[in-house]
Design a protein around this ligand. Structure first.
Ligand SMILES: [Zn+2]
Length: 101
């Protein structure tokens, strides 16, 4: 479902400029390198927050989006986590309807 969302034009929800996920960046880089072999650049591109792009349209942040990665407490500072979302959310449906009216 997540990858299909990309083909429809959806971006990663956990990278939404308003997500405010308290990432422990150094630990996130280290864990993604250890667990998935990802470089810092790949983590920046796919995991950590992106700055707002004036050429994109944003819906409000939706932590229940199928486009949101699972985020465990080991990647964040304090007590913040998000389980894997395996179902499309109402906001996912609304976003795709805006793209393909
Ligand atoms: Zn993705």
């Amino acid at each position: 479902m997540h990858e299909f969302g990309h083909t429809l034009g959806l971006m990663h929800e956990h990278q939404h400029p308003e997500a405010s996920i308290p990432w422990d960046k150094e630990k996130t880089y280290a864990l993604y390198r250890q667990n998935f072999g990802w470089s810092k650049a790949e983590v920046d591109k796919n995991v950590l927050p992106l700055t707002r792009d004036a050429n994109r349209t944003y819906a409000p942040y939706d932590r229940h989006s199928v486009m949101h990665y699972k985020v465990s407490n080991t990647y964040t500072v304090g007590d913040w986590e998000q389980a894997e979302n395996s179902h499309i959310s109402a906001a996912d449906i609304a976003s795709v309807r805006r793209i393909y009216p």
